[in-house]
Design a protein around this ligand. Structure first.
Ligand code: CP
Length: 313
């Protein structure tokens, strides 16, 4: 049987990405439906989450599915030593889809290889976060009217930030120019810069973060320094306040600029920025509902035509 899991966005063609964004658009028009009536979605969160888990669960509930799962692995038999494989095999007995977040890079890939049902990667360590990428792309498309030829500035923790890694890969289809703004300790890893070179993606690296650096941005993608990924907390202390976006830094920016952030924020966007019409991170999180409705349907083999037809009911 075809494995319809979503493990990495790199496996999706341009056509497939645009197709799924069309699905998200349909769900934004009508989020409450019964198209997943009778289905069970399992959300297995081995790491903390607010948006990803709750938006997946809302997506399932609004489409008529039931949700099972956990957000605290200490309350499950994995704390007694049950392996990931056994957990996945057990939950596959009960559910039609598994949405999983795990601290180990590659955990979602492994789960997709052992599970008889689709796995949706809700974040695996510092590796990938493909459902976040779908909502990021949807947010970029909605605010810019296109995904093509944009100046995308990624700021902060580009080393451990899985959302920037996934977004970079997805944008290969759309001729972006990336600007990577990070302290030396948190630079975009060579693996992703090599990916850019191989795919003819233009990028520039900066260590300065000021109003001059960002004035040509269409998208300013801020990220949190990921404390939980540091083995040396002294290093975290050194870099945690490296880049903070303040309202006055937006003075020279383009009118179409939108500020994205996968959230949660700690202190990298000051609260006065929330008042700017260029701040889009809360709407971005709402877009996650529609993007994740599209993902749940896609992994079950439900098509855009099915969704359009269902929308007429
Ligand atoms: N953007 C994101 O992954 O948020 P959560 O960690 O709250 O799910």
């Amino acid at each position: 049987m075809e494995n319809r899991s979503l493990v990495t966005i790199a496996e999706h063609s341009k056509e497939k990405i645009l197709y799924m964004l069309e699905m998200a658009k349909e769900f934004e028009k009508k989020p409450n439906r019964k198209i997943l009536d009778g289905k069970v979605v399992a959300t297995l969160f081995f790491e903390p989450s607010t948006r990803t888990r709750l938006s997946f669960e809302t997506a399932a509930n609004r489409l008529g599915a039931r949700v099972i799962g956990f957000s605290d692995p200490k309350a499950t038999s994995s704390s007694k030593g049950e392996t990931l494989k056994d957990t996945i095999m057990m939950v596959s007995n009960y559910a039609d889809i598994i949405v999983m977040r795990h601290h180990l890079e590659g955990a979602a890939r492994y789960a997709s290889e052992v599970a008889p049902i689709p796995i949706v990667n809700a974040g695996d360590g510092a590796n990938q976060h493909p459902s976040q990428t779908m909502l990021d792309l949807y947010s970029i498309l909605k605010t810019q009217g296109t995904l093509d030829n944009l100046n995308i500035y990624m700021v902060g923790d580009l080393k451990y930030g899985r959302t920037v890694h996934s977004l970079l890969m997805a944008m290969r289809h759309f001729n972006p120019t990336f600007h990577f703004i990070a302290p030396d300790e948190l630079k975009m890893p060579d693996e992703y810069k090599d990916y850019c070179k191989k795919n003819n993606i233009k990028y520039v690296e900066h260590t300065d973060f000021n109003e001059e650096t960002i004035k040509d941005a269409d998208i300013l993608y801020m990220t949190r320094v990921q404390r939980e990924r540091f083995t040396d907390l002294m290093e975290y202390e050194r870099v945690k306040d490296a880049y903070i976006l303040r309202y006055d830094m937006l003075r020279l920016t383009k009118s179409n600029l939108r500020i994205l952030h996968p959230l949660p924020r700690v202190n990298e966007i000051s609260y006065d920025v929330d008042e700017s019409p260029k701040a889009y991170y809360f709407q971005q999180a709402l877009n996650g509902l529609y993007a994740r409705q599209a993902i749940l349907c896609d992994v079950l083999g439900i098509t855009l035509d099915d969704i359009i037809e269902d929308g007429k009911k």
